[in-house]
Design a protein around this ligand. Structure first.
Ligand SMILES: [Zn+2]
Length: 182
């Protein structure tokens, strides 16, 4: 049995109009799905499958914490997520997923929802995600800040070279230079 087999949802065998599933996805899950953004965490997943004639409506509710990389200090950070997601499934000849309706082969009669769970979790993460103020890795921040300050100094000196406004101290220096040239 594969590590993600527990996320198989039987559709052919669905006797009732509705069925419910629940999982807690954790490090083992994130290791097995091999997504880029999230490698660890603990998220409760509730799934309700509702049969509507030949369509199955899959509705997910996800709640928990994921561990991702902070954009500012590049250290791990914990992010709380609460999200929902849904899609429809139909049994057909070949597997297709056009975004609205997923078709799974009738001969299989099931859908493995592990990748969909991962995607709902990944979609719940804001594009920019950073630690709360003051919670970033201090050592890393010092390195990054040192680097930033250097860059800013460099930009400043370039700008002052282009600008027409002159610092009075530079004017004095110029006078001295001019005197030397005389
Ligand atoms: Zn941080």
């Amino acid at each position: 049995m594969g590590r993600l087999d527990i996320y198989k949802v039987e559709l052919n065998g669905l006797q009732e109009k509705q069925a419910s599933y629940s999982w807690v996805v954790d490090r083992k899950f994130f290791d097995a799905v091999v997504g880029e953004e999230v490698n660890n965490g603990k998220v409760e997943v509730e799934l309700t499958v509702t049969k509507q004639s030949d369509l199955y409506h899959l509705e997910f509710v996800l709640k928990g914490d994921v561990i991702i990389t902070c954009d500012r200090c590049l250290d791990d950070m914990t992010l709380h997520i609460e999200t929902t997601g849904d899609f429809k499934v139909r049994l057909g000849d070949d597997y297709t997923d056009d975004g609205d309706i997923v078709v799974v082969p009738r001969k299989d009669g099931y859908i493995n929802v592990s990748w969909y769970i991962y995607e709902f979790i990944a979609l719940a993460i804001p594009i920019k995600h950073v630690h709360a103020p003051g919670k970033c890795n201090k050592g890393m921040m010092e390195k990054l800040n040192g680097h930033l300050i250097e860059e800013e100094d460099f930009e400043d000196s370039e700008e002052s070279g282009d600008s027409e406004e002159t610092d009075p101290r530079w004017d004095d220096l110029k006078k001295i230079k001019e005197k030397d040239n005389d």
